[in-house]
Design a binder for this molecule. Structure first.
Ligand SMILES: *Cc1c(COP(=O)(O)O)cnc(C)c1O
Length: 390
């Protein structure tokens, strides 16, 4: 019975051309990978923004910490509290200019764990329509009353804040850098509104850390507005080159999460080798922000300029997430496949992830790409796009 039901649903998905598959990939460097047939790709699709997954210092830190076991053996509250994880939390709090920070197993679980624990009946969550799935799911398991505002539309947010009564607390929740459009939340307005309406502001900087702000610490630093965000969520799995998530906030909030957040309490903690890698990556970033963040910014600007020169319509911005608009879903997938054939890996994004007619290639640049590699990719994209369009 179940099998038949699942088969039927899968067939409907396939008929829409939306089949998803898992394809093995091995990164030989931060930007070059090979598939299981040995074909090599230059990758412009990963979240490895600073290329630190292959930095010798980071790999060495992970290898050394394997001495303390390949697994953590328990929840943080029992036997899983590796020293490295505690040190990482201390340095994350410094980096984010907060009193405290707490590591979760993934960024996804962080949003679940924070929203589930903090949002109670009678509270209202005001959420940007383009927020990450983990924020949406966090609101769901919290059974929160959610008011969704138009993307980065502060007038719409204010309208909702005025119209929606809340018996309890109000939370405004947003991505810092939006993962599909690569644009940045309007922090000055968010802070004004949070103050005016007595709300608590939560910003998910998964794509912001290592990417924006002179020191790479994310949205607050980008706007020179340190200390204005109540909860700063992030991930260890993008610029910080490892695996895991965290939230940086006040002592009271962190203490509350340690005691009340089920995803924190009831899951085995990350092992020392994973958090040691993130800690080593964070230290490299803090020691040489201009080298890493500066380089990433230059590479992003170069890719944006070259793709523009090739005649592509891109969504303007300053981040290394470069959305190249390609129209129909079918054409986007053909373009992506032709690029793969040519050894360039980018992501094809189509509905329902983005609205109908705005399918795109999502090109992500890292600090580890060379100028020559960026030029090669832009040129290949231009050539193949013209061939597809004759
Ligand atoms: C990637 C991402 C997450 C999830 O982080 P993981 O560590 O991959 O689970 C959460 N929020 C945003 C905005 C993200 O881009």
């Amino acid at each position: 019975m179940l099998t038949e039901r699942l088969q039927k649903e899968l067939e409907q998905t396939y008929a829409k051309g939306l089949r998803r598959t898992v394809d093995g990939l091995r990164f030989k460097t931060a930007v070059r990978a090979e598939d299981e047939n040995g074909k090599e790709y230059l990758v412009f699709a990963s979240n490895n923004y600073l290329g630190l997954t292959h930095a010798p210092e980071v790999q060495r830190a992970a290898a050394e910490a394997v001495r303390w076991g390949t697994g953590s053996t328990g929840s943080r509250l029992t036997t899983g509290a590796a020293f490295e994880t505690g040190e990482l939390e201390k340095e994350l709090a410094e980096f984010k200019h907060t009193e405290s920070a707490l590591v979760f197993n993934t960024g996804y679980m962080t949003n679940l764990g924070v929203l589930f624990a903090l949002v109670k009946t009678g509270d209202v969550v005001f959420s940007d329509e383009l927020n990450h799935a983990s924020i949406i799911d966090g609101c769901r398991i919290a059974r929160a009353h959610v008011a969704v505002y138009k993307h980065n539309d502060m007038q719409d947010l204010e309208r909702l804040l005025k119209e929606t009564p809340a018996a309890g607390e109000r939370f405004i929740v947003t991505d810092g850098v939006f993962s599909m459009d690569g644009d940045i939340a309007n922090l000055p307005e968010l802070v004004r509104l949070k103050e005016k309406y007595g709300a608590c502001l939560m910003v998910d900087d998964a794509h912001g850390v290592g990417v924006i702000g002179a020191d790479g610490s994310g949205t607050a630093a980008y706007y020179n507005m340190l200390g204005t965000i109540d909860l700063q969520v992030g991930t260890l799995s993008k610029a910080l080159a490892a695996e895991g998530g965290y939230v940086a906030a006040s002592k009271t909030i962190i203490e509350y999460l340690i005691n009340k957040s089920r995803p924190f309490i009831f899951s085995t903690a990350l092992p020392a080798c994973v958090t040691a890698a993130a800690l080593a990556a964070l230290r490299l970033l803090r020691q040489k922000p201009e080298q890493y963040v500066g380089r990433l910014k230059e590479n992003a600007a170069l890719m944006r300029r070259l793709l523009h020169d090739e005649g592509f319509e891109i969504i303007e911005g300053v981040t290394p997430i470069v959305p190249v608009l390609t129209g129909s879903s079918k054409k986007t997938m053909r373009f992506m496949a032709a690029l793969l054939e040519a050894g360039i890996m980018v992501s094809g994004i189509r509905p329902p992830t983005v609205p109908e007619g705005t399918s795109r290639l999502r090109v992500t640049v890292t600090a580890a790409h060379t100028e020559a590699e960026i030029k090669q990719a832009a040129k290949t994209m231009g050539r193949i796009w013209r061939e597809l369009n004759v």
